[in-house]
Design a protein around this ligand. Structure first.
Ligand code: ME8
Length: 520
């Protein structure tokens, strides 16, 4: 038997010092949709997420809340787990950086980099942002009238001097550039690739990779005074999940990762530091870093200090899970920043889901239930119009595949909804209700064609709206093992005469609740 290709996909691991917000939900939903797409392509998928539980921020937040950093980490991990469940986007595997196996992996990669001669002890002095857990150069710092200093991202910085281990990042600039050149898709979209390439071309400085000013982290092998810089340990999570350093572990077969999905603010860490660490430790590099944009609530960046953090769970419970998943992935071109608002959500839910897809399914399937004895009609001779709409439906699998190869989830959805719109026009134009009396066989053909289009649409939209798609495919009598993209083809067409379950609506219209009852 041919082995199925493996596909290892990860999200960034959220900082455990805050609650899940819409940005986290968006990243999880998008990654889940890509993972689900690869599953219906019949690949052997390993979808991993995790929690980033170390660092000074964790220590400080926990102290403020009168708890230990571990208690804070446990609380946040439970909230993210709940988010994954509510969004129907649970990963196959969750890695938490406070787990003993992760300490082992982090110490192993450290040891490998040290063995290579890439780690040395020196002194670090610079402007440090606690919020961002990063140092900034003098030239990047701004100050306000009160003499307070800020990072380029507007967070307060303070002058810190400490003994630190350094990683010889400077040594890897040329190899990194050669890698970007040889693998033009290593960082996508291009915009982010270009930013990284020009940054590396300006030259890289060695990187401070340990801290002595706090102790909530992975101790450096051989020197307990130091804990690892949180990013060394955080990035290593992607290896821990595969069993590293045990390369005979069952999950090691998934390494190297196919895709690390991340937000645009952490590209440097993933596209520069991470491959350099891996080169140093002589571990194969991930194939792609896929960067998504930021989501803004009505154009404003969400953050705790702005006070407009919308709870993802509240949003999903209010609008519906498939509705929220569809909205984010259809509305925001993947890779770009996007906005969301109540009005935009309601518009997509009612226009695309309830009207276009929902009504087409409901009208055609209830006609079949009433007029065809609850069985899929047997099609007669196909007209030009029938052939045309079917051809569009059968082209969807390949169009979806092409769009998904570029992570253009929005384009894949636009293609599916173009077919839905054309199928609605076809249905209205062919007037099956009028044929019921004068040409019942023709009515049956029109209904069969519409149901067959819905079957193909139902298959390709499963990654984004899994619950509604499953319901639609159930109503069309599609067996669970006939829902792969390869079944979105004429060779797996709906069999005339197949008994179908009674249809029920897949997407209700959104009805405005009483004032004050909606989130955001
Ligand atoms: O960066 N819109 O954690 P994090 C879209 N622990 N995405 C957003 C967003 C927004 N408004 N805000 C954040 C970290 N994100 C590190 C990652 S990985 C080894 C370590 C994205 O909780 C952000 O870009 O700040 C990142 O990909 C993810 O959410 C976690 O962010």
């Amino acid at each position: 038997m041919a082995t199925r290709p493996t596909f290892y996909i990860t999200t960034a691991i959220p900082y455990a010092n805050g609650k899940p917000h819409i940005g986290h939900a968006y990243e999880r939903i998008a990654t889940d949709a890509i993972a689900r797409f690869k599953r219906i392509e019949d690949e052997d998928v390993f979808f991993v997420t995790g929690m980033d539980e170390h660092g000074l921020k964790m220590q400080q937040t926990a102290a403020r809340e009168n708890m230990t950093p571990q208690q804070l980490a446990d609380r946040t991990a439970a909230e993210f787990d709940r988010m994954g469940g509510v969004l129907n986007a649970r990963a196959d595997h969750v890695i938490r950086t406070t787990e003993p196996r992760h300490y082992a992996a982090s110490r192993a990669i450290w040891a490998a980099m040290e063995k290579k001669g890439d780690i040395y002890l020196s002194k670090y002095a610079g402007w440090y942002s606690v919020r961002e857990e990063a140092y900034f150069d003098e030239g990047e710092i701004t100050s306000n009238g009160d003499g307070q200093k800020f990072s380029p991202n507007g967070t307060p910085v303070e002058w810190v001097e400490e003994e630190s281990y350094f990683f010889r990042l400077s040594k890897y600039a040329d190899r990194l550039l050669a890698h970007y050149e040889a693998h033009p898709d290593f960082i996508v979209p291009d915009k982010y690739r270009n930013e990284i390439v020009s940054f590396v071309k300006r030259g890289l400085q060695d990187l401070s990779i340990s801290r002595t000013t706090f102790n909530w982290g992975v101790p450096v092998p051989g020197n307990d005074k130091h804990v690892m810089y949180v990013w060394v340990d955080a990035l290593t999570n992607y290896l821990t999940a595969c069993g590293y350093p045990d390369t005979s572990a069952p999950h090691w077969r998934y390494w190297p990762a196919n895709v690390h999905v991340i937000g645009k603010d952490i590209t440097r860490f993933h596209a520069i530091y991470w491959p350099a660490f891996l080169m140093s430790a002589e571990i194969a590099l991930p194939k792609q870093i896929v960067v998504h944009g930021f989501l803004f609530s009505r154009g404003e960046k969400m953050s705790k200090s702005v006070g407009n953090v919308v709870d993802a769970i509240t949003m999903a419970e209010h609008y519906g899970v498939d509705q929220m998943r569809y909205f984010f992935l259809r509305e925001v071109p993947f890779g770009q920043d996007g906005n969301y608002s109540h009005e935009a959500l309601v518009n997509r839910i009612n226009a695309d889901l309830a009207n276009d897809l929902g009504n087409l399914a409901q009208r055609s399937l209830s006609m079949i239930a009433k007029n065809c004895d609850g069985k899929a009609p047997v099609p007669g001779r196909l007209s030009e119009a029938d052939e045309a709409i079917l051809a569009q439906a059968y082209a969807l699998a390949q169009k979806t595949r092409e769009a998904m190869a570029d992570f253009a989830i929005h384009t894949a959805l636009a293609e599916a909804w173009r077919v839905v719109a054309d199928a609605n026009r076809y249905f209205a134009g062919e007037e099956p209700w009028a044929r019921r009396k004068d040409n019942p066989e023709r009515m049956g053909t029109i209904l069969w064609v519409t149901a067959e289009v819905l079957r193909n649409v139902g298959i390709v939209v499963q990654p984004v709206i899994p619950t509604a798609a499953a319901k639609l495919l159930d109503m069309l009598g599609v067996a669970p093992d006939r829902r792969l993209t390869k079944h979105a083809a004429a060779t797996s067409a709906l069999a005339g005469g197949l008994a179908l379950p009674a249809p029920t609506p897949i997407f209700p219209r959104y009805v405005e609740p009483e004032a004050g009852e909606r989130p955001a």
